[in-house]
Design a protein around this ligand. Structure first.
Ligand SMILES: Nc1nc2c(ncn2[C@@H]2O[C@H](COP(=O)(O)OP(=O)(O)OP(=O)(O)O)[C@@H](O)[C@H]2O)c(=O)[nH]1
Ligand SMILES: [Zn+2]
Length: 307
């Protein structure tokens, strides 16, 4: 039977079968996708083929992993060629952002976008807590929103508290596998609770566990919140802000810079000190946002700015 891996503990997996039933599955011996060296052979979001256990109802054995459309991997610090796959086959990476209470920095937003872009996952920004914004703050939000819309990022404005825009979020999620991320305090739990109250319990358990300081391995979990609709909320996903991208490649993941790259004099231009750089010219002319260029430089310099 074909199925979707919803949960991984490292030793067993929860697999949602084609028949809409959930199975507890193990693997048979070594299971590996060609060309992959990971600490976890099977990840949340993987489509697998599994056989049912003839003796025990509700159990099965995974025989095969189907090729992944994309995946988020955290590379091992020691062994660059190895890594831990956080999730696979993601349709969109959503970052919940607040411009106040607390303020999410543009640098953090850009790191998130670049990381998702490097994994070939489309990105969406959800601006939460808009009920708290006064005139000036709303003006600032409009400015930031258009900055990101101009580079092709979908943006939504919501208030999880007053439920403004909640229907738009439901529409956004429908029929997709979405990864939802955000700093502590931006209202991620509140928002998820409004959309899918049934999973709130589990979300709470994860943070309690983490708070007690118990070593938590970062195994993601995918929650089904409707027909073909899933969200992933993982204790390790905050680290999606940390990227491991070669310096020469970095501007490929800034869509507005990628578009100008062919116009730079040097094909391997880093857009820093080189003459006749189309990217620097665009920044000077205001066609590329200053904040985006600053984020680019800061990532290039290797600042581990997670906030
Ligand atoms: N005014 C206002 N407050 C909100 C909104 N959404 C969430 N909050 C409040 O913001 C605080 C943080 O919300 P949480 O949902 O706990 O935030 P979180 O992102 O899940 O944070 P962690 O649980 O630390 O990961 C709570 O006091 C919420 O009531 C909103 O749209 N407007
Ligand atoms: Zn250049």
């Amino acid at each position: 039977m074909k199925g979707l891996v919803l949960k991984s503990t490292g030793s067993w997996y929860e697999v949602l079968g084609d028949n809409d039933r959930s199975y507890t599955c193990r693997t048979r011996g070594k299971l590996r996708l060609k060309g992959f060296k990971t600490t976890n052979p099977i990840a949340v979001g993987d489509y697998v083929v599994f056989s049912l256990d003839e003796e025990v109802e509700g159990q099965g054995v995974i025989d095969e992993i189907l090729p992944r459309e994309n995946y988020i991997i955290r590379k091992s610090v020691k062994l660059k060629s190895q890594g831990h796959i956080i999730a696979s086959n993601i349709d969109q990476a959503i970052l919940i952002v607040t411009l106040a209470y607390p303020r999410t920095s543009l640098g953090f937003i850009d790191r998130f976008l670049v990381t998702a872009e490097s994994f070939r996952i489309p990105q969406v920004l959800i601006f939460n807590k808009i009920d708290l914004l006064d005139g000036d703050a709303r003006h600032y939000l409009a400015e930031i929103r258009s900055l990101y819309e101009n580079i092709g990022i979908q943006c939504l404005e919501v208030s999880a508290l007053t439920e403004t825009g909640i229907e738009d979020v439901k529409d956004l999620l429908k029929g997709k596998k979405s990864l939802i991320s955000g700093h502590s305090g931006v209202g991620k739990s509140t928002l998820i609770n409004k959309i899918a109250p049934e999973i709130n319990q589990k979300t709470g358990e994860v943070s309690d566990y983490a708070e007690k300081g118990i070593h938590t391995t970062t195994f993601a979990e995918m929650f089904r919140i409707g027909q073909d609709t899933f969200i992933i909320d993982t204790p390790g996903i905050k680290e999606l802000g940390i990227i491991d991208i070669d310096k020469e490649e970095l501007s490929d993941y800034f869509p507005e810079m990628r578009a100008l790259q062919p116009e730079c004099k040097f094909h391997n231009c880093t857009h820093t000190h080189e003459p006749k750089c189309a990217v620097k010219d665009a920044v000077d002319e205001g066609e590329i946002a200053e904040s985006r260029y600053m984020s680019y430089l800061s990532i290039l310099e290797g600042d581990d700015n997670r906030r």
